[in-house]
Ligand binder design. Structure first.
Ligand SMILES: NC(=O)c1ccc[n+]([C@@H]2O[C@H](COP(=O)([O-])OP(=O)(O)OC[C@H]3O[C@@H](n4cnc5c(N)ncnc54)[C@H](O)[C@@H]3O)[C@@H](O)[C@H]2O)c1
Length: 451
């Protein structure tokens, strides 16, 4: 699958000396790779390139991250400090000083791509980064954008800025888009084993991009343009968002009919073809699935098109925290209790199991709704010892230790995120009311409400 410069192209000096030199540097690993944005995506990438023998310059605007990395420590739960220490020992430099971009042969951009308050793409981090780098770029470099974005970004936002600065893309400077597909906390796949899609602005850009990535990643998948690579990433995430929306809707229907949706999914997935299991939950979380689809929605409007599946899935998924709180109200009602002044423990507040990432977590929506109705909310999450600073939410809370005594103090627990580290037997035995949004308590019992 991997793309190679053909012998013919090599013989005819295809791309000229800059291209040949850059490809040869990447192949020999005699090159410096700059990674801009050292978060969930950038840090594992830096670790992987360093482990393969590349010299790393890690750029971030967050000084506290720079300092933590320089001390050989990790700030991401699933990345061990030993891995960061190995990165430091490889001679990696961590800096906020963009003048050092000049030293790098490749610059890989992994900065955030959120939505603004109108739920429209906020490309400010990407464009700000490119503009901050521009004065220090030089001929003979490769730039790769990895941040998730709408089709056209690399051409419209990066290429134009680079060309305005005088670079000839594909001749003296090389530009690709290569989406990140990291799945933090998934032990089955890592940076090396997740295939990497690469789309170049020109064929020469693609050849240089593929040469860089195939030195560190098992499978590189070249595609015909950056827009194809940009849309590939969106298709993957939209596929998840829509299917999760579908199964959340099915959960509500099944519940009304007295059918357990998890039993249905277990039976359906015995079909060896044509069905993929998705699971219902308390709503979408993370920085990807609730956000990325709307990058396409926004761009499609430019073409006079409405992305109805995306909007509908968004509507269903966004209503799920309210659905879970409705089930909590029903459960308390059966016990003759109002939610007001009841003590409620939310179990698992990270957005998915076994991680510490709180971004867009629906558990926090649930906590807000309980609080707004006068409930007294607490949480327990082995991955989040203290409720973190969040832009739109504030709770002055520490994680409650899970033991029989503590569980007995609450009128109800709401299972929002099903971490493996929870003792589910203990919860089953000690909680007076369990509202389960994850299908962990499959039996029928008077103190269990399926949500
Ligand atoms: N986290 C994932 O699992 C994942 C998976 C696939 C794709 N993505 C995409 O990758 C991109 C990055 O996501 P992330 O989860 O790593 O985000 P993150 O917030 O964990 O990390 C981004 C980093 O960029 C830094 N930063 C911001 N502006 C900067 C600038 N101008 N210069 C240098 N550094 C800057 C931030 O301080 C932060 O450390 C996003 O587009 C996201 O959608 C993330």
């Amino acid at each position: 699958m991997a793309y190679r410069v053909t012998e013919d192209q090599q013989r005819t000096q295809w791309g000229g000396p800059l291209l040949k030199e850059l490809i040869s540097k990447f192949e020999r690993k005699d090159s410096k790779v700059g990674i801009v944005g050292l978060g969930y995506v950038g840090l594992p990438l830096a670790i992987r390139f360093a482990a393969c023998g590349y010299r790393i310059v890690g750029f971030d605007v967050d000084e506290s991250k720079i300092q933590t990395l320089a001390q050989g420590k990790s700030y991401i739960e699933h990345i061990d400090s030993e891995q960061v220490a190995a990165l430091s020992q490889s001679g990696a430099i961590f800096t906020a000083d963009f003048t050092r971009a000049e030293e790098c042969d490749a610059l890989i951009i992994c900065v955030p791509t959120p939505l603004n308050k109108y739920r429209e793409p906020d490309l400010g981090y990407v464009t700000g980064t490119v503009e901050a780098l521009l004065p220090y770029l030089r001929p003979g470099q490769l730039m790769s954008l990895e941040s998730t974005t709408y089709p056209g970004t690399t051409e419209e936002e990066l290429r134009t800025r680079l060309e305005r600065s005088g670079f000839k893309i594909g001749e003296d400077f090389f530009l690709v888009y290569s989406p990140e597909r990291e799945d933090p906390g998934n032990p089955e796949f890592d940076t090396r084993t997740i295939p990497k899609v690469v789309g170049g602005v020109t064929d020469k850009c693609k050849a240089v991009g593929v040469a860089l990535y195939q030195a560190v990643i098992d499978t590189v998948v070249p595609v015909s343009s950056p827009a194809v690579a940009e849309m590939t990433k969106l298709l993957e995430n939209i596929h998840r968002a829509v299917n999760i929306g579908l199964v959340n809707e099915m959960k509500i229907v099944a519940d009304r009919m007295g059918i357990d949706i998890f039993e249905v999914i277990d039976a359906a997935k015995t079909k060896p073809f044509g069905f993929t299991a998705y699971y219902p939950g308390p709503g979408l979380g993370g920085h990807c699935i609730p956000i990325d689809p709307f990058y396409l929605t926004w761009k499609a409007r430019e073409y006079g098109l409405h992305t109805r599946f995306i909007e509908l899935a968004g509507e269903v998924n966004r209503a799920m925290p309210e659905y879970v709180v409705g089930k909590l109200l029903d459960g308390l009602n059966e016990l003759g209790r109002p939610l007001k002044n009841s003590h409620i423990l939310v179990l698992g507040i990270a957005y998915k199991k076994n991680v510490d990432d709180m971004r867009e977590s629906p558990a926090v929506e649930i906590m807000e709704m309980i609080k707004a109705r006068g409930g007294i909310v607490a949480y327990s999450d082995p991955h989040v010892p203290t409720f973190p600073k969040m832009r739109e939410h504030y709770f002055d809370l520490q994680s409650v230790q899970l033991n029989a005594e503590n569980l007995g103090k609450f009128d109800a627990v709401v299972l929002a995120t099903d971490h493996d580290r929870f003792d589910y037997d203990l919860i089953r035995q000690s909680a007076s009311l369990i509202v389960d949004s994850r299908g962990k308590f499959r039996e029928t019992a008077s103190h269990i409400v399926k949500a």
